[in-house]
Design a protein around this ligand. Structure first.
Ligand SMILES: Cc1cc2nc3c(=O)[nH]c(=O)nc-3n(C[C@H](O)[C@H](O)[C@H](O)COP(=O)(O)O)c2cc1C
Length: 403
């Protein structure tokens, strides 16, 4: 289950060259169990056939506002009423102009005017068309009317021009869609999240690392952003791409992690430490590669600063920032987690049992227990990390001051 499961999405395709890309989006949406109803403009049907779109969406494609089929239902009103989101992609300069002026001369523009669901527009066109003051003014009007605009990507376009105007990649659009469907209950709240492992250098080629992939922390950053938070992510080495619209700082060692977390902490209302920070670091890393030959080698380690403990001490009796820690334990996970909650002055602890075969590390799903300061325990089922992230954020909501 994800934020798209069971959502009814109208995909309004207009006559832009990028129309073909939305065929893949239909598959991605359906993969997450969203219902996709395609509405095409006449121009769009010249770029991608209704046959392809019907086959991919598993539904007939709507186009003609005056079609006698279903006329008794008044298609634009019926469509407008039965959707959770109207996604217009690619949105041509022409359709954007029509929408900005409240025109309703085809099924898509009429549906856009009639719906009370959020409208998300993905402009895609040649950069001169996009940057033209008329298009910019039209987009500004649409923002004022409450439409959400996913800004186009920059780069080389089909027409040979370079600049802003490309249809954004699916990963980014998905974030906008989920944000549009998600209550903005963390609107404007500054959240600092740490994620991933740290690497402690032994010499220029070797290091001590751990099995954390960063997936849980990145999922939290993405979920908080979807709910309107201003998110800073401090990430140890991770192969994951920066989450869209999140300020991401990449670090390597525990020392660097501590430095950036402490730098950003004073602005944060919520701090979530999901990183797997090394407890120890080599006392004297070698500036040169250590050669083999010796029968044995001893590595002396020094304890790193306990970042979470320092933050807990700094917080003292103050209600904010809310402090959330993670405990990855291979035995007595609940007892160990509760000890950590108290010792580090946390508001919430997320406890992972890493003992079983379904380890949380590098996995796309996990099963956690959340415990708050009052000892209230919430056991979650095994869920995707994005869903787990939302459930963790749900637990923080009652701890924030009301509107
Ligand atoms: C080959 C070709 C590619 C086009 N690509 C775009 C485009 O990417 N973006 C755009 O705004 N218009 C593009 N147009 C122009 C639109 O198709 C035209 O403005 C049309 O009237 C849009 O109709 P609609 O908004 O009802 O779909 C293209 C036209 C042609 C012939």
């Amino acid at each position: 289950m994800t934020g798209l499961t069971g959502k009814r999405i109208i995909l309004g395709i207009t006559g832009g060259i990028a129309a073909y890309k939305t065929a893949e989006w239909i598959r991605a949406l359906r993969h997450e169990e969203a219902e996709v109803q395609v509405v095409q403009t006449e121009a769009a049907a010249r770029f991608i056939t209704p046959l392809t779109l019907a086959a991919l969406s598993g539904r007939r494609v709507y186009g003609d506002i005056f079609s006698p089929e279903d006329a008794e239902l008044i298609p634009h009103i019926n469509l407008a009423r039965h959707c959770d989101l109207l996604l217009i992609a690619p949105a041509t300069a022409n359709t954007i102009a029509k929408l900005a002026h409240g025109e309703a001369d085809n099924l898509l523009t009429a549906t856009a005017l009639a719906t009370r669901a959020p409208v998300l527009i993905c402009p895609a066109m040649n950069s001169n068309m996009y940057l033209h003051p008329a298009t910019q003014a039209n987009l500004a009007s649409l923002r004022e009317y409450g439409c959400l605009i996913a800004p186009p990507a920059a780069g080389a376009m089909a027409c040979g021009a370079e600049g802003p105007g490309r249809l954004p990649e699916w990963r980014k659009v998905r974030e906008y869609i989920i944000a549009a469907l998600t209550p903005q209950d963390l609107q404007g709240i500054n959240i600092l999240i740490s994620a991933g492992p740290t690497y402690e250098d032994i010499d220029p080629v070797r290091f001590i690392g751990n099995r954390s992939s960063g997936k849980m922390g990145y999922a939290l950053a993405g979920a908080a952003r979807q709910r309107g938070a201003e998110v800073t992510l401090i990430s140890g080495p991770s192969a994951l791409p920066d989450p869209p619209a999140v300020t991401t700082v990449r670090v390597r060692s525990a020392r660097e992690m501590a430095k950036f977390v402490q730098q950003k902490a004073p602005q944060a209302r919520i701090i979530i430490k999901a990183a797997a920070v090394a407890d120890y670091t080599p006392s004297a890393p070698s500036p040169h590669k250590i050669k083999k030959g010796a029968a044995s080698l001893e590595l002396k380690l020094t304890a790193n600063e306990d970042i979470l403990k320092s933050l807990g001490e700094l917080k003292g009796e103050k209600p904010f920032p809310l402090l959330v820690g993670f405990a990855a334990e291979s035995r007595d996970h609940l007892v160990q987690g509760l000890k950590k909650l108290k010792a580090k002055n946390l508001d919430l602890i997320v406890i992972n049992d890493i003992g079983g075969s379904q380890s949380a590390f590098a996995n796309d799903s996990n099963q956690v227990v959340i415990v708050n300061r009052q000892g209230k325990k919430t056991e979650l089922p095994r869920l995707g990390k994005e869903e787990t992230a939302h459930r963790i954020l749900d637990q923080l909501l009652p701890l924030l001051p009301g509107p």
